[in-house]
Design a protein around this ligand. Structure first.
Ligand code: BGN
Length: 359
């Protein structure tokens, strides 16, 4: 029994040995497979990492190129070659580090010129400002066509001065006041603003803004771009959308070069409507396109008001915008005539009162 027991014991031992060898071999192969898989994984990860480095540097190169293209059509950057200027006097960055993004705009909170002056001690007479620690990338004249809208102007100055300073612009504010009670002519007042601002300073960029429009995001920079810019792209009045694709009203900007290319704006749109469409037609006829901020950044609020006196819809506007191409060369900044009534250098803006005649 004992020997049979020992015989059967040695038989089971001999069959156990190959089993463990088989287990060992299996584990060995499994380990090899895991090592190979790990190696493959690391290689693929490395490959993707190297490729993403390539893509990222191409993206940065592209962005830099776009910034150069979009950044400064006014030539003020090109004027600065870095020589003969103290090291501390550097160009301001392409994107101001002072921007905060979305802003609260509330017309129920009353404002005053005194409060605005108090809160903006760096603004010089005439509504002029330039950054203290860097050279602004653009010299911007802000032109506002105006008549009897003092309450709106108060809000505009209250909201815009801090924004423009955070945008690190070298700017001046020009309110072009139409004298008398004749029909209002927005585009002609804008032409006057262009001409009068240039008598003051070597501006390279012009922002044309209605007095009742306030941006809701300071990333909507009030400067010029490689193409004419439409800035008021999502107005509360239109449900924060563009009313139509060619819309160029409200707030827009143009470099001096872009403005001169279209012979400025028409002088013969008396009353409401159509002059902005004429400007759009001028730009299109010279092969320019419209640059715009995103709908989010381009949000703005309009101050609600009744229609102004002597600014009824212009019945001739349909006919006029149908003939922009034929009329634009003889009607524009080159044929502008007006009488300067007064020029006042006030604490927060320059007020220019003009007699622009009548229809
Ligand atoms: C358009 C006006 C624009 C005005 C917008 C937004 C005309 C021209 C004839 C079609 N254009 O209809 O001037 O800015 O509405 O209010 O009236």
């Amino acid at each position: 029994m004992a020997s049979s027991g020992s015989a059967s014991g040695s038989a089971s031992a001999s069959s156990a040995a190959p089993q463990s060898t088989r287990n060992f071999n299996f584990l060995h192969r499994l380990c090899k497979l895991v090592v190979v898989l790990c190696f493959l994984h690391i290689s693929v990860t490395l490959l993707y990492y190297v490729r993403s480095l390539d893509i990222r540097s191409a993206f940065v190169r592209n962005q830099q190129q776009r910034n150069r293209d979009d950044g400064d059509p006014t030539g003020s950057e090109a004027l600065y070659n870095g020589t003969g200027t103290p090291k501390s006097w550097k160009n301001c960055p392409q994107t101001s580090p002072l921007l905060v993004g979305p802003l609260r705009v509330d017309f129920n909170i009353p404002v005053s010129l005194e409060l605005t002056a108090e809160q903006n001690p760096q603004v010089r007479p005439g509504g002029r400002y330039k950054p203290a620690n860097c050279r602004a990338l653009q010299k911007v004249a802000l032109i506002i066509p105006f008549r009897k809208r003092e309450p709106h102007l108060k809000f505009w100055l209250y909201y815009l001065h801090p924004i423009l300073q955070r945008q690190q612009l070298d700017y001046g504010i020009y309110v072009i006041n139409q004298e008398g009670d004749e029909t209002f002519n927005r585009a002609k007042l804008l032409n006057v603003g262009y001409a009068e601002a240039l008598k003051d300073y070597d501006y390279g960029c012009f922002v044309f803004s209605d007095v009742d429009l306030i941006p809701m995001d300071d990333r909507n920079v009030y400067k010029c771009f490689s193409q004419p810019r439409h800035l008021s792209v999502s107005m509360d009045k239109f449900g924060f959308r563009l009313p139509y694709n060619q819309y160029f009203g409200g707030v827009s900007s143009m470099s001096k070069e872009q403005y001169l290319k279209i012979n400025g704006f028409p002088n013969n749109y008396w009353g409401w409507g159509g002059e902005d469409d004429d400007i759009f037609n001028r730009l299109a006829s010279k092969g320019m396109s419209i640059s715009r901020p995103s709908g989010e950044v381009g949000k703005c609020r309009m101050i609600r008001h009744e229609r102004d006196e002597r600014n009824d819809p212009n019945p001739q506007r349909f006919n006029r915008i149908a003939h922009t191409r034929e009329t634009m060369n003889r009607d524009g900044i080159r044929s502008l005539s007006y009488k300067l009534v007064s020029k006042e250098t006030l604490a927060l803006y320059t007020k220019i009162t003009v007699d622009i005649g009548k229809p």
